[in-house]
Write a protein that binds this ligand. Structure first.
Ligand code: AMP
Length: 612
C-alpha cells in the first residue's frame, strides 16, 4: 500500500513544491490500483479486529478475505449496532466493535429516534482525517496558483460536547478535529494560514466566535485569497452576520478596540494581536456596507479572493444562487466529502461547476461497497432502497472498482474504528474515473425531505411531528385534509414551511394562537439536530404553517398529472422543491403562522446527565 506522505515537516526543511508533488503522486498511486489497496484495507481491518465481539458473534472466525466477509457479515444500519454502541457509552471497555480503545464518540447530524447517532472512533482515525485534509490544497494549487502567498478566511466553529455515562466525550467530528493538537498545534503550512486565530474558532459562544472571526477577516482583507466555511449555509450565515453587525465591527477597526460583548479573554487577546486602529479601512468597509445592494460584497470587501470554498452539493445546492449573488459569480469550490463515520473522498477537479462536482473516494480511508439503487420515475423521482436487505440483495453489493458508469448506489463502509458493512445513507452516482478509481456525484441523503443547515428531517419524522400538532385542532372540529412541506431558503436563515389544507366541520373560528401552537409542537417533535439549529446556532428560522384554500391539493395533483404522473399511482408529495409547484401553493395561501418561540434543546442526550 503506498505510504501516506509525512505531514510533520519543520519550517527549516519546508519545500512546498516537493510536498505538493509527493501528495499528487500519492493520489496517482492510490487511484492506479484501488482494488489492491481496498483488499489490503479490508485485511488490515479484519485481522486487527479478529477477536472483537461483533465479528465473533457473526462467526467470521478470524477470516480476512473478501468472500468470507461478504458471505458472513450482514449489511447493517445504525439501529443494528445501537445496543453495542450503548454498551460502549455506558462504560464497557471490552473489545466490542474494535480492538483498539474507543477514544470518543462522534455525534452525527444523522439521527436515530430523534437523537444524533453516536459513532465510536479511535485515536488513529484522526490521522486518516488529517491525511484527507492534506490532499486538498495540493490539488487546488494545480488550478489556482499562488495560494501560498496569502490567507484563507474560513468561518469555523465548535459545538458543545457531552459525556457518556461511561465517561467518553461525545461531540461532532469537526469539534473533535479543531480541538485536537493536529489542528491547534499544526506545523507551519502556508495552506493552513487562516485569518481566524485558533482562539476565535475554539470559542463555544457562537456570537463571540463569529464576531471575532469576522473582525479578523476584515482587518486582513487584502491578504485573503480564498473564503469559505464547511457548508454553504454557514458561509451565508456569516454574510448575514456582517449585514447586521458591520457598524460595530467598523467601530472596532476604527479605534483598534474590541467590542465589550466579546468577553472571552483569550479571544480578546488573540484579536488584539491582529487589530490595529485603521480609520481608513473602517471608512472603506462602512462605505461598501451602507450601499443599497450587497451584490458582490465578497469581492468588494476581500478584493483578492479567488474562490469560495464551501460544500454546495446535495441539499446545499439550494444556496448556490445566493452565493453567486454575494460573490459576483466567483467559483464555488467543493473540495471534499466526509462524515462522522469516515472521511470519504476529494474533488480532483475543484473548479468544475457545482452541478458537475464528483468526489474520488480515497481507497485507504475505509473499505467501500456499493448497493445499487433504483430510481422510481414519476413526479416524486423518489429513490427506492430497501430498509433491510435479504440475502440476495446483500449479494448485489459491489466493490469500488466494479461500479458502473451512470449507475446510482448507496454507500456502505467498513471502517478501522469498528463499523462493518454499515449503510451510510448517502446515494452516489458514478460520474467517471480517475485512473481506475471511480468518481461519484453526490445525489442525496436517503429519505431526507427537509434540510436547511446540517439538519436532516425524513418523511417519518415529519409525519409524526404533524400528527402531534394536529391534536391542537381537535377542539375546533377541524382536521388536516392534506399537507406538504418546503425548505424555504429565500429567508436567511432558511426555515421549514408546511402547507396545510384543512377540513373544517365546526363553526368556531380557529384563533391564530392555535396555529402558532401547532408550529411549536412540530418543532418540539423534530430531532435534536433541528432543535439545536433553532436554539443554539440560530441557523434555522421559525417554522411556518401556511393554510391553503380548499381544493389546493387537487390542483397540485392536476398539475402533477399534466406533467406525466400516473393518476393511479399519484400520492401527495410530503415535500416539494419544484419552483412551479411552490408557486402554485403560494398562490393559494389564505393565512400564515410562525412558531412564536424556540423549541427546547439541551446539549447531550436525553438519557444522560449532562456535563455542560
Ligand atoms: P455528519 O455525519 O454529520 O458529519 O454528516 C455527514 C453527511 O453530510 C454525509 O453522509 C453526507 O450526507 C453529507 N455530506 C458530507 N459531505 C458532503 C458533500 N461534499 N456533499 C454533499 N453532502 C455531504
Amino acid at each position: 500500500m503506498p505510504e501516506a506522505p509525512n505531514m510533520t515537516q519543520k519550517p527549516a526543511d519546508y519545500n512546498l513544491e516537493l510536498k505538493n508533488k509527493k501528495i499528487l503522486q500519492f493520489i496517482e498511486d492510490m487511484t492506479s490500483n484501488p482494488d489492491e489497496v481496498q483488499k489490503d484495507v479490508l485485511e488490515e481491518i479484519l485481522s486487527s479486529n479478529a477477536h472483537v465481539e461483533y465479528l465473533k458473534t457473526h462467526g467470521l472466525d478470524g477470516r480476512t478475505d473478501r468472500d468470507s466477509f461478504k458471505n458472513i457479515m450482514p449489511v447493517i444500519t445504525y439501529e443494528d449496532i445501537q445496543p453495542y454502541v450503548e454498551r460502549i457509552a455506558n462504560g464497557d471497555t471490552s473489545p466490542i466493535l474494535c480492538s483498539k480503545p474507543i477514544s470518543e464518540f462522534l455525534t452525527s447530524s444523522g439521527t436515530s429516534g430523534g437523537e444524533r447517532k453516536l459513532m465510536p472512533t479511535i485515536e488513529e482515525e484522526l490521522g486518516r482525517r488529517s491525511l484527507l485534509y492534506s490532499l486538498l490544497m495540493p490539488v487546488m494549487s494545480q488550478f489556482v496558483p499562488g495560494l501560498d502567498k496569502g490567507k484563507g478566511m474560513y468561518f469555523l466553529f465548535i459545538k458543545s460536547e457531552a459525556k457518556t455515562p461511561g465517561g467518553l466525550v461525545a461531540r461532532p467530528v469537526l469539534t473533535s478535529y479543531y480541538k485536537s493538537s493536529r489542528f491547534k498545534d499544526r506545523p507551519y503550512d502556508p495552506y493552513t494560514n487562516y485569518t481566524s486565530p485558533n482562539e476565535t474558532i475554539l470559542c463555544l459562544d457562537s456570537y463571540q466566535s463569529m464576531y471575532s472571526q469576522m473582525l479578523c477577516g476584515l482587518c486582513q482583507h487584502k491578504e485573503v485569497l480564498r473564503v469559505g466555511a464547511v457548508f454553504a449555509s454557514g458561509f451565508i450565515r456569516a454574510i448575514k452576520f456582517l449585514e447586521k453587525h458591520w457598524r460595530l465591527l467598523c467601530n472596532d477597526i476604527r479605534t483598534g478596540t474590541v467590542d465589550f460583548q466579546i468577553t472571552d479573554s483569550s479571544v480578546r487577546e488573540a484579536v488584539m494581536n491582529i487589530l490595529k486602529p485603521d480609520p481608513e479601512l473602517a471608512d472603506f468597509i462602512e462605505a461598501e456596507c451602507s450601499k443599497d445592494s450587497w451584490q458582490g460584497i465578497i469581492t468588494r470587501l476581500w478584493p483578492n479572493t479567488k474562490y469560495v470554498d464551501v460544500i454546495v452539493t446535495g441539499a446545499m445546492s439550494q444556496y448556490i444562487p445566493t452565493l453567486d449573488y454575494y460573490s459576483n459569480g466567483l467559483p464555488l469550490v467543493c473540495t471534499m466529502y466526509a462524515s462522522s463515520e469516515c472521511y470519504f473522498g476529494v474533488n480532483l477537479n475543484p473548479l468544475c461547476k457545482p452541478s458537475e462536482v464528483s468526489y474520488t473516494l480515497v481507497p485507504v480511508m475505509a473499505y467501500f461497497e456499493f448497493l445499487p439503487v433504483q430510481r422510481n420515475n414519476g413526479v416524486s423521482n423518489s429513490i427506492s432502497v430497501p430498509k433491510t436487505l435479504n440475502e440476495k440483495e446483500q449479494q448485489e453489493l459491489v466493490d469500488l472498482v466494479d461500479v458502473k458508469l451512470g449507475q446510482e448506489y448507496e454507500l456502505v463502509v467498513t471502517t478501522y474504528s469498528g463499523l462493518y458493512r454499515y449503510r451510510v445513507g448517502d446515494v452516489l452516482r458514478v460520474a467517471g474515473f480517475k485512473n481506475k478509481a471511480p468518481q461519484f456525484n453526490f445525489i442525496c441523503r436517503k429519505n431526507v425531505v427537509l434540510s436547511i443547515d446540517s439538519d436532516k428531517t425524513d418523511e417519518v419524522e415529519l409525519q409524526h411531528a404533524v400528527k402531534n400538532a394536529v391534536n391542537h385542532l381537535m377542539p375546533f372540529d377541524a382536521t388536516l385534509a392534506e399537507y406538504t412541506s418546503f425548505a424555504d431558503t429565500t429567508t436567511i436563515p432558511g426555515h421549514y414551511v408546511l402547507y396545510w389544507e384543512l377540513s373544517l366541520n365546526g363553526n368556531t373560528p380557529i384563533p391564530p394562537s392555535v396555529f402558532e401552537d401547532c408550529c411549536l409542537t412540530i418543532e418540539e417533535s423534530l430531532n435534536s439536530v433541528y432543535r439545536q439549529g433553532r436554539v443554539c446556532d440560530k441557523s434555522i428560522g421559525p417554522l411556518e404553517i401556511k393554510i391553503v384554500e380548499p381544493g389546493t391539493f387537487d390542483k397540485l395533483m392536476d398539475y402533477a398529472i399534466s406533467l406525466g404522473a400516473s393518476i393511479n399511482q399519484y400520492k401527495t408529495p410530503r415535500c416539494v422543491k419544484f419552483a412551479p409547484i411552490v408557486e402554485l401553493l403560494n398562490s393559494r395561501v389564505a393565512s400564515c403562522f410562525f412558531s412564536p418561540k424556540c423549541p427546547k434543546w439541551f446539549p447531550g442526550y436525553k438519557q444522560w446527565s449532562n456535563t455542560n
